[in-house]
Design a protein around this ligand. Sequence first.
Ligand code: GLA
Length: 386
Amino acid sequence: MIRRLPFLLSFSALLAGTAQAQKFEGLALTPPMGWNTWNTFGVNCSEALVKQTADAMIANGMRDAGYVYLVIDDAWSAKERDSAGNLVADPFKFPGGMKALADYLHERGFKFGIYNCAGSKTCAGYPGGRGHEFQDARTYASWGVDYLKYDWCNRGTANGPETYRIMSDALRAARRPVVFSLCEWGENRPWLWAAPVGHLWRTTGDIDPQYRRFKEILDAQVGLEKYAGPGQWNDPDMLEVGNKGLTLAESRAHFSLWCMLAAPLIAGNDVRLLPPEIRDILTNRGVIAIDQDPLGHQGFRYRAGSGMELWAKELSNGEWAVCALNTGESPAGLTIDWGSLTFLTGAYYKVTDTWASKTVGANSSKAWTGSVDSHGVALFRLRPGY
Ligand code: GLA
């Protein structure tokens, strides 16, 4: 009896482990970075577009800045499954097939992402995954898929947590490690149940390239910070940086705040035509480092109102990122008295202006004073010490 006890204990621990944590562990320990077809190209995804994008991202430095997941969103498949019920790529959009495309990407240091939907059809009306989860997971594994975005249209009365758990189990059963991105728009409060199921979950409906929408989504993240961490991220949706509708200051603010939120950084612009000022946003190493900090803390809104918000994010080694967002319609003066920020526990910090990439305070005993563009940001990194 006594000799059997350790066996029983470890067996039940194993059962508990499989029941609660069926997703692939050790993936997305920092927020995933990549590019997705949807925000700019909608249903017009294609093999040529993805290959051109990959080549461009090598040339423009995006891949080396960390954007490695290339994700094909809705409308990649044929309108019907084949006679065996398998998903098949649209032969006109993807004439070489998905396996060859995955190989192309893998050979160039990228990872391959694909999309489907938990319902009977995708949002754009292509075959959905409902009832085919295990078969589809095997198909994805055979193609070399590394990332699956799973949407929530046409799901009838399906239960959210149960439905996503089935796909998570299916991915596990197919045995190829896949980052699982839940896209149920926050409807079932996925931050409460999705961490054992997937690696990131949308918290809201879709973004569009308007400051007003960016701000609504930003506001909706307040309070969710406690649910994020390595391998489990709140997803405030893909980036609109560089897309028509946002000023340069707004694109910079959107990127900065997504980094403060430890959000997945999935670019959604046409990176084949990347103006230098947009490239400089998307590839800014100092700003990306705030997003990718290994501590994995999501930032929180420290102060709101009066036209200027202050956000803070704890980083590893006692460092902090602080971001001021001017929500007003004209440029505004700002003074940050570091000593008044109650989350800072150290005596002194060296303060760097992250976008200017320069030290602005040899130590934090001196307040920072400057001007912030309308809908723009000032972003700082604070390191303990003089
Ligand atoms: C939903 C998702 C979007 C995109 C489209 C595709 O709206 O939230 O991100 O995937 O479907 O149809």
